[in-house]
Design a protein around this ligand. Structure first.
Ligand SMILES: [Zn+2]
Ligand SMILES: [Zn+2]
Length: 361
């Protein structure tokens, strides 16, 4: 089985001297199929040190499931070297809270800033897109949030109410991702359009465009250019992050196919599920980063959709984490990313990624 070969190769390397891994191709060696009574490809058989069969499994069996099975069988193989985690940021975050985006924790450029006044203080966002991502996950106060939001005039940084700004809407040259510039007057927007091109939109039209594509798990607004493609029961939807993409299987109860990209290199990663389990990962070496934050009481919580991702190899994950010194969390298997979502109740799925009331962190 093509899928199992790299899993077994990895175990053979990482547990050398502790685990004997033998790979038998029954097409080339049919006698072995009889000897081990193989009915299905692939089959994994677990033997004790004295050669007694302890357990057998038919079908794809992930690295994590194999290691968990050995633990269940009472066999201690020692630590798994293929892990990576960081629980303390590699550098201090010295930015002013007013310069950190409420949604993505990214920097806020002065001519892109969106600020929402709330009774609990101001909420700052890096872009109209992340403002609409926030709008799409509010469970209350949507109208008052919109009425109290202002965006920087792209020309001079002066704050304008979002509902009265004139928007110049265009596309990034290479990605096709929308670009949005806000202006206080139609005249100023037209002046920029004569240089940069694009279309003039009012707030209502921009709102409809921004809220049209949604995450199939948490219902957040997404740009398809940023999102994972999810095919569930033949229907195409999006995952706003790689973990949400897996969550579509939990929300719909359907088998899904996820097309995601390595966050470091952009290389494709394809995951298929069957009845709530991962049945194939391409490439099979792919792993997930589970971004988490440690709360003052020491417990850990998800760092949110902007801090998750899939990688084609553990090495890519490590490089990406090292290039992002503020990220904290751990490497997990893609099966585990799915299992986290499958464990949620329908009520928890309903509440996933939602913001109950608009307030600063
Ligand atoms: Zn942001
Ligand atoms: Zn989502």
């Amino acid at each position: 089985c093509k899928q199992m070969a790299p899993v077994l190769q990895g175990l053979k390397q990482d547990f050398a001297g502790r685990l004997e891994v033998e790979f038998i191709d029954v097409w080339k060696n049919p006698a072995a199929a009889d000897k081990y009574r193989i009915r299905v490809i692939p089959t994994q058989i677990f033997f004790s040190a004295d050669g007694k069969e302890l357990f057998r499994h038919e079908g794809f069996f992930s690295r994590e499931d194999i290691l968990a099975k050995w633990r269940d069988l009472g066999v201690n193989l020692g630590g798994d070297a293929q892990t990576f985690q960081r629980w303390t940021a590699a550098k201090a975050d010295t930015r002013s809270p007013a310069d950190i985006c409420y949604m993505c924790d990214g920097d806020i450029a002065p001519n892109q800033r969106v600020t929402v006044k709330t009774p609990k203080g101001d909420v700052h966002l890096c872009s109209m897109h992340h403002y609409f991502v926030m709008i799409s996950c509010l469970t209350a106060d949507v109208e008052s949030t919109e009425a109290n939001a202002a965006i920087a005039d792209w020309a001079n940084g002066a704050m304008i109410p979002v509902q009265s700004a004139v928007y110049l809407y265009g596309f990034e040259e290479n990605t096709g991702r929308p670009t949005i510039k806000a202006f206080a007057t139609r005249q100023a927007a037209l002046a920029e359009r004569s240089v940069a091109g694009g279309s003039l939109l009012d707030y209502a039209t921009l709102r409809n465009k921004e809220l049209a594509a949604r995450c199939g798990f948490c219902d957040r607004a997404v740009y398809p250019e940023d999102a994972a493609v999810v095919i569930a029961g033949g229907v195409h939807t999006w995952g706003c992050c790689s973990h949400c993409a897996m969550g579509v299987a939990a929300r719909t109860g359907l088998d899904i196919e996820v097309h995601e990209r390595d966050r470091l290199t952009g290389e494709p990663i394809i995951v298929r599920t069957l009845q709530g389990s991962v049945v194939s990962v391409e490439p099979p070496t792919a792993v997930a980063w589970y971004g988490q934050r440690t709360k003052p009481d020491g417990t850990r919580v998800s760092a949110g959709c902007f801090h998750q991702g899939f990688f084609t190899t553990p090495e890519h994950l490590r490089q990406w984490v090292e290039a992002h010194p503020l990220e904290t969390g751990e490497m997990i298997t893609i099966q585990k990313a799915l299992a986290h979502k499958m464990a949620l109740s329908p009520q928890q799925i309903q509440k996933a990624c939602k913001i109950g009331e608009c307030a600063p962190k």
